[in-house]
Design a protein around this ligand. Structure first.
Ligand code: AMP
Ligand code: GLY
Length: 433
C-alpha cells in the first residue's frame, strides 16, 4: 500500500515510524512532513498553504491507497470529505463528526442526546450572558468551568473557583485573540476525579480499543507551572478498574456511535475520549478529540505491538481485520512511558532560545522498545537542530513502570544532557497508585 500521512509533529513522526514497520506499507507520502521523519517517506510536493482538496487530488493521482490524518485542523476543515469525494479511503472523520472536537457545544448536545455521562452544562452566547451564568454557577455550586466552544489549542478552558478566575477567563476569551473560538461558550460544573484518556479506532467492523493513557499537562514536576500541550504520559493506567475499557465502550463509545448514526454520521478514525474517573460514580466525559493525542500517540505506538497499518486499513474498509487482532490490546504486556523535551522558552515562546544539534542517529529508532520522535526540529545543511516549542518525545517500553522510567530517562540523558535549559519533567509515570 501507498499511504499519505498528514501532519508534522512528534505524533505524526510516531505514526510514520509505526506505519513503516508494517509489511503492508511499501511507500509513505508525507504532507507536510518534518525533517525528523527523515527517510521514512517522500514529501508530497505541495506547500503548507495548499488547498486541502488539492492535497487529496494529488495524493489520488499519485496512487495513494489510504490517507491517515494526524492533527484535528484538517479534519475540522473537511479534509476527510474531500477524500471521500475522490473515493480515497481516509482514516480521520468527516467534518460533521470532527465537530465533536471543533465545537464543544455540539459535543455536549450529542452527549446529552445519547445519555453519555458528562458534566451538567449550559451554552451561552456573548460576554454578558457568559459572565452572568458563570457567576450564578459559582454561587450555586462553588465552581464553574468556562470553555470556548471552538478550537483554541487547549488554551480556551478555565476552571474557576473564585470570582477572580471568572474575570480572568472573560478577559482571555473576549480580549486576547480567542474571540472566534469563544463566539459560543460552554459553562459546566467542575467534575471531581482523576483524569485519563481512552483511545479507540472506529470505522468498518468491530471497534478496536488501543487502551488508556494519562497525560501530564503542567510544565513542571508535581503538576506545577503553566498548562502545556502535554509534557509526558504513560500507558496502561494501573489505577483504573480492570474492566475500565468495557465500561467506557458501553457507556460512551457505543451510545456515541449510535447517536451519530441517528444523525446520519459515520465515524472513521481514532476517537480520543478525555475522561474524569470518579472512584464512586465512574467515568464522565470531559472532551472528545477526533485524533490521537500528542504525546499519547507516541506512547501508544511504542506500547501496542500490533500492526497499525492492518488496523487502519480494516477501519477504512480496505481489508478484513485478521482474527488475531480482534482479541484486543491485552497482549500488550508491560508498561510504557513518554517524556517530552521542550525548548527553554516553552510554553510562552518568549525570549531567545538556544538551538541544539540532534545527533545524526537520534531518530533511527532501531530498537522498537525505545524511540525518539521529533516535533520542533529543523534541518540545516544536512544537520538537525532543535527549534522552539515541544522538540522531542522520548518513549520506552519495558516489563514494568520502574524499568520503563529508567530506560526513558537514560535515553534522554544520553542525547540531551548537554542541552542547557531544555525542559522536561522528571516525574512522568510516577503517580500510579
Ligand atoms: P478540555 O479542553 O475540555 O479537555 O479541558 C481542558 C482541561 O480542563 C481538562 O483536561 C481538565 O483538566 C479541565 N477540565 C475541563 N472540564 C472540566 C470539568 N468539567 N471539571 C474539571 N476539570 C475540567
Ligand atoms: N495531549 C493532549 C492532546 O493531544 O490533546
Amino acid at each position: 500500500m501507498k499511504v499519505l500521512l498528514v501532519g508534522s509533529g512528534a505524533r505524526e513522526h510516531a505514526l510514520a515510524w509505526k506505519l513503516r514497520q508494517s509489511p503492508l506499507v511499501n511507500a509513505l507520502v508525507l504532507w507536510p512532513g518534518s525533517p525528523a521523519m527523515g527517510n521514512l517517506g517522500e514529501k508530497l510536493d505541495l506547500g503548507l498553504d495548499a488547498k486541502l482538496s488539492d492535497v487529496a487530488r494529488l495524493a489520488k493521482n499519485q496512487g495513494v491507497d489510504m490517507v491517515v490524518v494526524g492533527p484535528e485542523q484538517p479534519l475540522a476543515d473537511g479534509f476527510a470529505d474531500d477524500c471521500r469525494e475522490l473515493k480515497l479511503p481516509c482514516f480521520g472523520p468527516v467534518k460533521a463528526a470532527a465537530l465533536l472536537e471543533s465545537s464543544k457545544a455540539f459535543a455536549k448536545d450529542v452527549m446529552a442526546a445519547a445519555g453519555i455521562p458528562t458534566a451538567a452544562y449550559q451554552t451561552v452566547l456573548g460576554e454578558e450572558a457568559c459572565r452572568k451564568t458563570a457567576e450564578s454557577f459559582l454561587q450555586k455550586t462553588g465552581g464553574v468551568v468556562i470553555k470556548a466552544s471552538g478550537l483554541a489549542s487547549g488554551k480556551g478552558v478555565f476552571v474557576c473557583t473564585k470570582q477572580e478566575h471568572i474575570d480572568e477567563a472573560i478577559e482571555r476569551l473576549y480580549r486576547s485573540g480567542m474571540a472566534k473560538a469563544a463566539e459560543t461558550v460552554v459553562l459546566e460544573e467542575i467534575l471531581i476525579g482523576r483524569e485519563c484518556s481512552f483511545f479507540v479506532f472506529l470505522g468498518e467492523g468491530p471497534l478496536t480499543p488501543l487502551g488508556f493513557a494519562v497525560d501530564h499537562k503542567r510544565l513542571k514536576d508535581g503538576d506545577q507551572g503553566p498548562n502545556t500541550g502535554g509534557m509526558g504520559c504513560y500507558t496502561p493506567v494501573p489505577w483504573l478498574p480492570s474492566d475500565a475499557d468495557q465500561i467506557v465502550i458501553k457507556t460512551v463509545v457505543e451510545p456515541l456511535e449510535a447517536e451519530l448514526a441517528r444523525r446520519g454520521i459515520t465515524y472513521t478514525g481514532c476517537l480520543y475520549v478525555g475522561l474524569m474517573w470518579n472512584e464512586k460514580t465512574g467515568p464522565s466525559v470531559v472532551e472528545f478529540n477526533v485524533r490521537l493525542g500528542d504525546p499519547e500517540a507516541e506512547v501508544l505506538a511504542v506500547h501496542d505491538q500490533r500492526d497499525w497499518a492492518e488496523l487502519i486499513a480494516a477501519k477504512v474498509g480496505l481489508r478484513a481485520l485478521p482474527e488475531s487482532f480482534v482479541a484486543a490490546a491485552s497482549r500488550n504486556q508491560g508498561a510504557s512511558v513518554a517524556v517530552v523535551l521542550a525548548s527553554p522558552c516553552y510554553p510562552f515562546g518568549e525570549g531567545e532560545t538556544r538551538r541544539f544539534l540532534v545527533p545524526a542517529d537520534g531518530f533511527l529508532n532501531k530498537d522498537p522498545s525505545q524511540c525518539a520522535f521529533g516535533a520542533a526540529v529543523r534541518e540545516e545543511r544536512g544537520q538537525m537542530f532543535t527549534g522552539k516549542g515541544r522538540i522531542l518525545t522520548f518513549v520506552a517500553r519495558a516489563d514494568d513502570f520502574v524499568k520503563a522510567r529508567k530506560k526513558v530517562y537514560r535515553a534522554i540523558e544520553s542525547m540531551a544532557d548537554t542541552w542547557e535549559g531544555v525542559q522536561y519533567r522528571r516525574d512522568i509515570g510516577q503517580q500510579l497508585s
